[in-house]
Ligand binder design. Structure first.
Ligand SMILES: [Zn+2]
Length: 208
């Protein structure tokens, strides 16, 4: 229970960064700069925490793993050891990670492309306020690009048949989802994805 709460606490910078990036509550330059700093520094404390709990917590549900099955997962920085609390949770993890590996290019393009558009347009609207593009356009494009890839991934990934190869490969580091559990991360993708799709559709319908 303590680890679940600590994990949730260490996850809070993620929604904080999204809030700064999409709402720019402190002005565009300050919000994007603080967001980038929070994003860059998150790994420094979140990754050691997640790796230290990897033998103790289930990577799927975040609960105690006890003596459940071990998983070696090939992250972009190299192989790491994780655990599930029961065989069925290990199967779901393998299914989602093999889906992520399969969808790695759409996921990268949607998320990194969305960030590039956001930063580029954010800088342009600050340097040249006379431009016909507004920061709200950049924020909507960012949310649209991310939602277009994470919504189908969130709904479809766990339906994939797990591939039983060791080690399992993932296209992104695992420490962020390990903070709250992969199952909860997928629910965030599903729900936030749908909300962002609806919000950006309504935004562009009013804008043009
Ligand atoms: Zn579990």
């Amino acid at each position: 229970m303590k680890d679940r709460l600590l994990g949730l606490l260490l996850f809070l910078p993620v929604p904080a960064v999204l809030w700064l990036f999409t709402r720019a509550p402190l002005g565009v330059v300050a919000s994007l700069s603080i967001g980038i700093l929070l994003m860059a520094s998150h790994r420094l404390y979140a990754r050691p925490f997640s790796l230290s709990r990897a033998p103790l917590r289930c990577l799927w549900c975040g609960g105690p793993a006890k003596d459940g099955p071990r998983l070696t997962i090939e992250e972009p920085s190299g192989p790491t050891e994780w655990r599930a609390c029961r065989p069925s949770h290990a199967v779901r993890l393998k299914a989602v990670f093999s889906a992520a590996h399969l969808a790695r290019w759409p996921l990268r393009i949607g998320i990194l492309g969305g960030l590039l558009v956001l930063f580029g347009t954010g800088a342009a609207t600050s340097l040249a306020p006379a431009l016909p593009v507004r920061f709200t356009d950049a924020s909507a494009l960012f949310r649209l690009a991310v939602a277009l890839v994470v919504t189908p991934f969130g709904w479809l990934a766990s339906l994939r048949r797990p591939v039983d190869t060791e080690p399992v490969r993932v296209p992104f580091p695992l420490h962020i989802q390990a903070l709250i559990g992969t199952a909860f991360m997928l629910w965030l993708f599903r729900i936030v994805g749908i909300v962002w799709l609806a919000a950006t559709a309504s935004y562009f319908a009013h804008r043009f």
